[in-house]
Structures are given as C-alpha cells and as structure tokens.
Design a protein around this ligand. Structure first.
Ligand code: AMP
Ligand code: MG
Length: 398
C-alpha cells in the first residue's frame, strides 16, 4: 500500500495545466487567470477626484471667503478652473478642477448667495483622491494564484480589462459502476440503490473548478465499462470511475485500465478509501475511486481535487486547515492515515472537533453533516482525548 503522500506525488507527476481560454469578465468568477501580472491600461482612478461632497478650492486662500464659480459633478461637464478666491461645488467622485488642491466637505462650509465661508483654514490635499492612487497606469498588478473572486473581477474592470485569459476548465468524465445502481428518481427494485456517486462527484468536480461529463452508469461488465471509458476519454481530459475497484469477483475497473493502458497503483493506506486505482489510458489519467460514497468523496478530496487544481495551474487543495482539539476517542485503523468526519467549532481562540457521527464508510449522512476532515496519523488506533489534530475545512465553521 502506498502512503497518502506518495500516492499524491505519483498522481501529480506529469500533470500539466490546460491551455488558455479567453473569457469575458462576466464569466470569470472562479476561473484561474493565466497571465499574471497584468498591467493597468490607465490610472485608477483616471483623474484626481473628490472623496467628499463639498467644495474644491485652494488651501492657500486660508479661511477667507470664496466666490462659488461653478460645479463639478461625477460624469458631468468640466468645471471652470479654480483661481485664487474661487471655489467650485463638487460631488464625490467628480474631477477636482484645475487650480484647486483641496476639498472642504459640505459639513465644514457654508454657502450663502454664492459666497462660501469655511469653518477653518483647510490643509492642502485634504479629501483629494489622486489619479492612480489605487493603481498607476502600466503598474504590474499581481493577481492571487487562486480562482478569481468578485474583488479581483472588480479591480480588473476598473483597470479597463473586459476579457481575461484563464485556464480552460479540465473536462472530467464521471462513470459510476455497479449492477445495483439506478438513477435517482427511478423506483428501486430488489437489491437496487440510487447512484449517489455520479451526482456527488459531478458536484465535486464543478466545485474544484472543472467541468463534469457524466456518463451513463455501467453495470459490472468489463465490456461495458471499457466502452464507457473509451467514450469518456474522447472528450474528457481525465476520467473518474467509482466502484468495482476492489478485489471482488465483479470488480472490473482495474482490469479494464490495465487492458486499455497502464495501471500505476491501486491501493493507498488511507481510511476511508483503501482501494483506489490510478492509471493512464490513451495518455490520460484514469482514477478508479472506491464505491462507498464516503470513500469516493474523501478520496476525491485528497487525490482528485489536487490533480484538477494542478490542471488549472494551481497548487495544493485550496482548503483551509486549522488545529482542532478532540475530547473523544474516535477509533480508526492503525495501519492507515484516517480522515475522520468531524464538526469543527470555535472554542475560545481556537477550535475543537466533534465526531460528526458513525465513521463507517457507508454512512454518507456523517460526511454530509461534517464541515471538516480530521487527519489522524498512521500508527494511532484512535484519537487521543485532549489532543489537537489538523482539520481540513470543507465548509464554514459556525
Ligand atoms: P464497490 O466498490 O463496487 O465494491 O462498492 C462498495 C459499496 O459502495 C457497495 O455497497 C456499493 O453498492 C456502493 N456503491 C458503489 N457505487 C455506488 C454509487 N455510485 N452510489 C452509491 N453507492 C455505491
Ligand atoms: Mg460494486
């Protein structure tokens, strides 16, 4: 059995990033920019403007009265130049007229019959936002190496970009295998269950920033599985199967990978999810995940998500990690590193983790109720009450 770290290294070896897609900014949320840094086409803001509603004037005139000679509105016509003894009424975001160097807010001034008196002597530069004070023209802006967020999209728009080069979303073919599977919505007959892995893995693929191609589930028939894998790899950059990967008489996924391509490994010392087959078919990665939905999703998290991120030019799994204290003994297999389903909560300045329920890999409700995976190393037979462990956050902490 491979260790988790060794398996991940082997999965990531030879994974390259996808080519460039040019997308309008409106479609850029969650996409990963290819080109960084990006240059601003102009100063942001493009011109000196007022941070307040008030009056643009010259500080050198001190506390003397000024004549109001016009108005500067955001998006309005140019206001007259401000000469000595003059002031221009100005709104937030409006250009500071030539000659003015200071804004006196409306609350600190009084205008009567076109004559302005100020409460005190203004200081030059007050409430003036200089051109380029956010980003200067030509300045190299380094975008975070992560999926684009609303603030970055806003910044790019302010910089004058309407489109952006991003990595193409990797296409991931998803294949559920098992004679017992029926699509959700179809009434179950004897011994049948609904396919949970297909929808769950498609969602996990989407969440990771990739594009799922959901294939029709295959029965435990090597010929059909082979046909589906061929079909999936016509379009898919990679394929994820679930089920049929262990040592049972009706487990055929591994054999099909070996027949069509090469098998790299098929067992990892991880709980849940020991049987996991990785190989290459037609030069593309094929990963056979275990059938239990918990095992399928946890191994996706540990082994597929980082691969998809590598294809997007990212590193790691993109998850936050915290140290969380455990007050109970949650049992595990000492031979494997465990990823236990827990609920992480705030406690004082730190965190504590509570088992989300039965840790049997057939209990999907426990994963659905968890917001983190607690990492318990090889060697331990249970968590040690009072001990802290690394928790991989999958969702928000209440
Ligand atoms: P297998 O890996 O094929 O031995 O399957 C292990 C367990 O996971 C069995 O109880 C299967 O019925 C179940 N299972 C396999 N595939 C799915 C699926 N797509 N959705 C829900 N359960 C599944
Ligand atoms: Mg099966």
């Amino acid at each position: 059995m491979l260790s988790v770290d060794e398996a991940l290294d082997r999965l990531l070896a030879g994974i390259g990033s996808t080519e460039v897609d040019r997308v309008p900014l409106a479609d850029a949320l969650g996409r990963v920019p290819v080109e960084t840094p990006l240059a601003s086409e102009h100063d942001v803001p493009p011109f000196a403007n007022s941070a307040m509603d008030g009056y643009a004037l010259r500080a050198a005139d001190g506390d003397a009265e000024r004549t109001v000679i016009g108005e500067s509105r955001a998006g309005g016509a140019a206001a007259p130049d401000v000469v000595a003894g003059a002031a221009v009424r100005i709104m937030t975001g409006a250009p500071v007229p030539d000659g003015a160097d200071t804004i006196v807010p409306i609350e600190e001034a009084e205008e009567r019959d076109g004559v302005l008196s100020v409460a005190s002597t203004p200081r030059a530069g007050t409430h003036v936002r200089a051109a380029g004070h956010d980003v200067r023209r030509g300045e190299a802006v380094h975008l975070p190496r992560s999926p684009l967020t609303p603030s970055v999209i806003g910044l790019l728009a302010a910089m004058g970009h309407s489109e952006l080069d991003v990595h193409r979303r990797p296409r991931v073919a998803i294949l559920s295998t098992g004679d017992e599977l029926l699509p959700p919505g179809v009434p179950l007959g004897h011994g049948q269950i609904h396919d949970a892995n297909g929808p769950a893995l498609a969602a996990a693929v989407t969440e990771a920033g990739a594009e799922p191609i959901v294939l029709a589930p295959a029965p435990d028939d090597p010929g059909v599985i082979e046909g589906r894998i061929r079909q999936g790899l016509e379009e898919g950059d990679m394929l994820i199967a679930s089920g049929g990967v262990s040592v049972g008489e009706h487990d055929h996924v591994r054999g099909v990978i070996e027949r069509l391509g090469t098998l790299d490994f098929w067992r990892i010392a991880v709980q849940p999810g020991k049987p996991l087959a990785f190989g290459r078919v037609f030069e593309r990665p094929v990963i056979g995940l275990p059938g239990n939905p918990v095992s399928a999703l946890v191994t996706f998290e540990l082994f597929v998500r980082p691969v998809l991120r590598a294809m997007l030019g990212l590193t790691g799994d993109g998850r936050l990690r915290v140290r969380a204290r455990v007050d109970e003994a949650i049992g595990k297999d000492p031979a494997r590193r465990a990823y236990l389903r827990v609920r992480v909560e705030h406690e004082g300045t730190g965190y504590r983790a509570i088992s989300a329920g039965g840790q049997s890999s057939s209990r999907l409700l426990t994963l659905a109720s968890a917001n983190a995976l607690l990492v318990v190393p090889e060697g331990a037979a249970a968590t040690e009450p009072g001990e802290t462990y690394e928790a991989i956050l999958l969702g928000a902490v209440a």
